[in-house]
Design a protein around this ligand. Structure first.
Ligand code: PLP
Ligand code: COI
Length: 341
């Protein structure tokens, strides 16, 4: 059973649902945690999450299948990445089992908000880990809060699977090589606001970052990873860099490029002046899913991929990925976790 919403026209917007999960860490241990109501947090004003950015998050989705069942896509990978982000910011990890239990509880409790099959909408889950409590010096918190909240969403980039224009952020870096770029932490996104604003104001879907050392190689998109298909049609390529988020969608596409498209999949440095070697390009992520890149503007030049439409490999990858997520296509073992609602 679902409630009545305009599922096809949701966009990627905040909505408060009846239930979220909350757990607390104090004196060296997490409590059991459980469902709570209301989306206001009451935090000590000295919380390091507020001052010093000791905060990490995740993003994953719950999907309604044709039969009405609800399933998650590789949530164990989100649990593992949150633990990596936590380690980077000296925060205690949330155990994989507690993470998965929290996600399942939130989905089940808000099951009527999991959008119907075939609408293109999904339930987006946002796990959030914060350093809290009374502090003022720059040091890790002694207490932590872990919460998972959710909302139904549509496409992140306008139109979803629609060719979209991107621009290179020529005067902005997202993250440094020895910094926090590999972690899903709040500070990376604060650092991306200016370039994102500039890109949106100039009619682009988002900014694409270059490596912070030479400004020569593609890093990633503000909220998604980058991939391309080589002109000879043999390879799925995606940037190799120590300062990009290890995207679960991209990892999945590397597998599907091989198994469903018969391509080689390679992490490699992709020079911004080598776009002519690619026939197709895309942005990929949980929120972005796959957004085909129509063109990239760099140093005043517009580089268009192919005829500016959706390339055949991008379409095949999209159909396979979304097919698995929606339960229409059998995916590799372990990718899908069902939720009993
Ligand atoms: N890169 C950035 C900066 C992101 O925010 C995201 C979104 O999570 C991704 C890449 C894609 O990662 P994933 O596929 O795990 O959602
Ligand atoms: C996601 O794809 O889950 C993201 O976190 C991207 C963005 C909304 C920050």
């Amino acid at each position: 059973m679902t409630i009545n919403l305009d599922w096809e026209n949701l966009g990627f917007n905040y909505m408060e649902l009846p239930y979220r999960y909350e757990a607390h860490y104090k004196d060296g241990a997490w409590d059991e945690g459980g469902l709570v109501q209301g989306n206001q947090l009451s935090l000590n004003i000295g919380s390091p999450a507020l001052h010093y950015g000791q905060s990490a998050f995740e993003g994953l989705k719950a999907y309604r299948t044709k039969s009405g069942a609800i399933q998650l896509f590789r949530p164990d990978q989100n649990a593992a990445r949150l633990a990596d982000s936590a380690a980077k910011l000296l925060m205690p990890a949330v155990a994989v089992d507690q993470f998965l239990d929290a996600v399942r509880q939130v989905v089940a409790a808000n099951a009527e908000y999991v959008p119907p099959y075939g609408t293109g909408a999904t339930l987006y889950l946002r796990p959030l880990l914060l350093g809290v409590g009374p502090n003022i010096g720059v040091a890790p918190a002694k207490e932590y809060l872990f919460t998972v909240f959710a909302m139904p969403v549509g496409a992140y980039y306008k139109g979803g699977m629609v060719p979209t224009k991107f621009m290179v952020a020529e005067t902005f870096d997202r993250a440094a090589h020895f910094g926090t770029g590999q972690s899903k932490v709040g500070g990376n996104y604060a650092a991306s606001l200016q370039a994102g604003k500039y890109a949106h104001e100039h009619g682009y879907g988002d900014a694409i970052y270059l490596d912070p050392i030479e400004h020569r190689y593609i890093e990633e998109v503000g909220s998604a990873n980058f991939f391309g298909i080589t002109k000879d049609g043999s390879k799925f390529v995606t940037p190799k860099s120590p300062s990009i988020l290890p995207s679960i969608t991209r990892r999945s596409l590397m597998t599907l490029a091989q198994t469903a498209c018969g391509l080689e999949a390679e992490e490699t440095r992709i020079p911004i002046d080598g776009l002519g070697d690619l026939s197709e390009a895309g942005a990929c992520g949980t929120a972005a899913v796959i957004t085909p890149i129509q063109s990239i503007t760099y140093q005043g030049n517009v580089h268009q991929f192919g005829d500016g439409g959706i390339g055949p490999v991008t379409q095949k990858l999209y159909d396979t990925l979304v097919g698995i997520q929606n339960g229409d296509v059998e995916g590799p073992a372990g990718w899908i976790m069902t939720v009993q609602a």
